[in-house]
Ligand binder design. Structure first.
Ligand code: FE2
Length: 225
């Protein structure tokens, strides 16, 4: 498993050089303005909870590995209220008509924020708990880069944010299976598992990079207005 984790780490380092993270840290603009892209990530922020409730967990976990996946899923299913909180405190809770909100959430402009969820479904449904674990570790590596950037730009912020701030980052860092005693550390990676794991890691970084491209496009539009 350590070799797999090394591969994820080197992919994470590449991912961290995405232009979006520089743009988010661009102090030429007030932080409130740099956070105006937040509504665009609503599909993922909200659907990720459903994925963790209805797709990722095993209905009858049969060993400590499947139980670890379920415990992790239960934690991640509970993060969406922090997103709702930030939309409220950042004054992004506009009085837009419901139809307009629906059209925005299902628009092409933010399609990657939805597609990333659908693409996770087959990976979250793999029989093997080890493969589900590798999926989670990979997506959390991307999440760490994103949430650390949000934390850095908001750490001296005057508003009680949660999703974009320390509260969420601490939960993400504290609860990754890698940060605690990790039951998967000693799992033997067979050639067959390794082959599939490499495909999964590639897939995760690919879909999350496409999503970061989209956020970056939208953020550039916001910053140029
Ligand atoms: Fe989270």
């Amino acid at each position: 498993m350590q070799k797999i984790k090394q591969i994820i780490k080197s992919e994470k380092n590449k991912f961290a050089s995405h232009e979006l993270f520089n743009n988010m840290k661009n102090e030429d603009f007030p932080v409130e303005k740099r956070l105006l892209f937040l509504p665009s990530i609503a599909p993922f922020a909200m659907m990720f909870s459903d994925l963790n409730k209805y797709i990722l967990p095993y209905s009858s976990p049969k060993d400590k590995y499947e139980e670890a996946i379920n415990a992790h899923a239960a934690e991640d299913a509970s993060h969406w209220p922090m997103f709702i909180n930030d939309i409220q405190v950042l004054n992004l809770n506009s009085k837009q008509r419901f139809n307009s909100t629906l059209q925005y959430l299902w628009s092409d402009e933010i399609r990657e924020s939805r597609k990333v969820c659908y693409e996770l479904i087959p990976l979250f449904r793999k029989d093997s708990a080890t493969l589900r674990y590798i999926t989670i570790e990979s997506l959390e590596a991307t999440g760490r880069v994103f949430f650390e950037t949000l934390y850095v730009i908001t750490k001296n912020f005057h508003l009680p944010i949660q999703y974009c701030g320390e509260v969420h980052l601490a939960l993400e860092s504290g609860y990754t299976m890698g940060a605690q005693e990790d039951v998967f550390d000693d799992v033997e990676i067979t050639d067959e598992i390794k082959e599939e794991a490499l495909l999964i890691i590639d897939k995760i970084f690919d879909i999350f990079t496409k999503w970061m491209d989209e956020i970056d496009r939208n953020l550039n539009v916001i910053l140029s207005n």
